[in-house]
Design a binder for this molecule. Structure first.
Ligand code: FA5
Length: 348
């Protein structure tokens, strides 16, 4: 058949049919029939390539015009049917277009994620690299390699969730990490000094919870090992961190503490925001809130990963993340962080 005639017939038929349609669903059927992949129009467009060159140009123009016409008819009809539908609903009193729309809830980063990123940024600017490690950990990395052998009383410092898995020797060697310190060993095993890393992540403790203690919380571990690192570097680095995070007016305090994998060991505390030192429920009446444990890496730990403690020294710290925003915003209970109450989370 002559292509011009075929197009004319197709146009008439398509326009006649669309004019008679009264529903959006039927319009979709019309679209598939006249504009779909298997439509006559698609056949015509495909056939253009086979036409002799002298006919191709005119036939191409006609076919493309048909395509445009069908597409614009489709859009016009769709708009007409939609407004008819709205008008009908309004007439029946089922649609009140003057009602305000329902706002969509907007997601945001969890407060902890925001603080973790902020802390990591501070340490990145001090030359540290960010790495992550496993939450299900071996006893070896969580305890033994950190100078805490089996049956050592220091294990009582970390009430542990053990994984229900027994090895051939009848031992349970797997646990949920109680701190991020196992990553000290993992990083040093894989790298030669100098090392400067921070390790953010979740840790777990089987403990009775209260306003400043959760059974799942975040820590950020820090480790720096090189020739000639001293306790002054530890203090300088952590004071600088506290200044950047809280501003120059906040007081920070170091006191002796014991951790088997450092010597000497310290704890760092910030003056309590709520009572500014007078003593309250949040700081257990001490005026201070402990935010991290730290110290010089123990020579035995260095030896275990084949670092020579006569050549290399280093410092490490482990920081409780939630205590940072607790101090900054005056949050009265750490348990609010992970109880999924949007009224709390939406504030940050
Ligand atoms: C440790 O976990 C050591 N791994 C820290 C360390 C690393 C010392 C490197 C030396 C060198 P500690 O158990 O004190 O230490 O915990 C460190 C910090 O985690 C605390 O200062 C506190 O801020 C936070 N923290 C401890 N227990 C909880 C808890 N139950 N809930 C919320 N934060 C906690």
């Amino acid at each position: 058949m002559d292509i011009a005639k075929e197009i004319e017939e197709l146009t008439n038929q398509a326009l006649q049919e669309i004019a008679a349609l009264g529903e959006l669903k039927a319009l979709e059927g019309w679209r598939v029939l006249y504009l779909g992949k298997k439509s006559q129009l698609t056949g015509l467009l495909r056939g253009l390539a086979q036409l002799p060159v002298e006919e191709r140009r005119a036939a191409g123009a006609l076919t493309n015009e048909l395509k445009r016409l069908l597409e614009s008819s489709l859009e016009e009809k769709r708009a007409a049917l939609q407004s008819a539908q709205v008008a009908a609903l309004q007439e029946q009193g089922r649609l009140d277009v003057t009602l305000p729309g329902r706002p969509l809830l907007q997601g945001r980063l969890h407060l902890t994620t925001q603080v973790v990123r902020q802390i990591c940024d501070i340490f990145k600017s001090l030359g540290f690299q960010v790495v992550e490690g496993p939450e299900v950990e071996w006893d070896y990395y969580n305890f033994e390699a950190l100078n805490i052998p089996k049956d050592h009383p220091a294990r009582d410092m970390w009430d542990t969730f053990w994984v229900d898995y027994t090895n051939e020797q009848g031992q349970r060697p797997m646990l949920l990490r109680t701190h991020t310190s196992p990553m000290q060993i993992r990083v040093m095993e894989k790298t030669s000094p100098p090392v400067r890393v921070v390790v953010p992540g979740k840790v777990y403790r089987y403990e009775a919870t209260d306003a400043t203690h959760e059974s799942m919380f975040y820590q950020i571990e820090g480790l720096a090992v090189d020739k000639g690192i001293t306790f002054a570097d530890l203090k300088g680095c952590l004071f600088e961190f506290a200044r950047r995070l809280y501003g120059p007016d906040r007081k920070a305090r170091f006191r002796c503490d014991y951790f088997p994998f450092v010597e000497p060991g310290v704890e760092m505390a910030i003056d309590c925001f709520a009572c500014t030192g007078a003593g309250c429920r949040l700081c257990s009446n001490t005026g201070w809130i402990e935010i991290l444990g730290a110290g010089m890496v123990h020579p035995d730990v260095l030896r275990r990963v084949n670092y020579d403690p006569e050549v290399y020294t280093g410092f490490a710290f482990g920081l409780g993340v939630e205590r940072i925003p607790i101090l900054r915003y005056g949050i009265e209970d750490i348990r609010l962080f992970y109880s999924n109450d949007l009224r709390f989370l939406k504030q940050f």
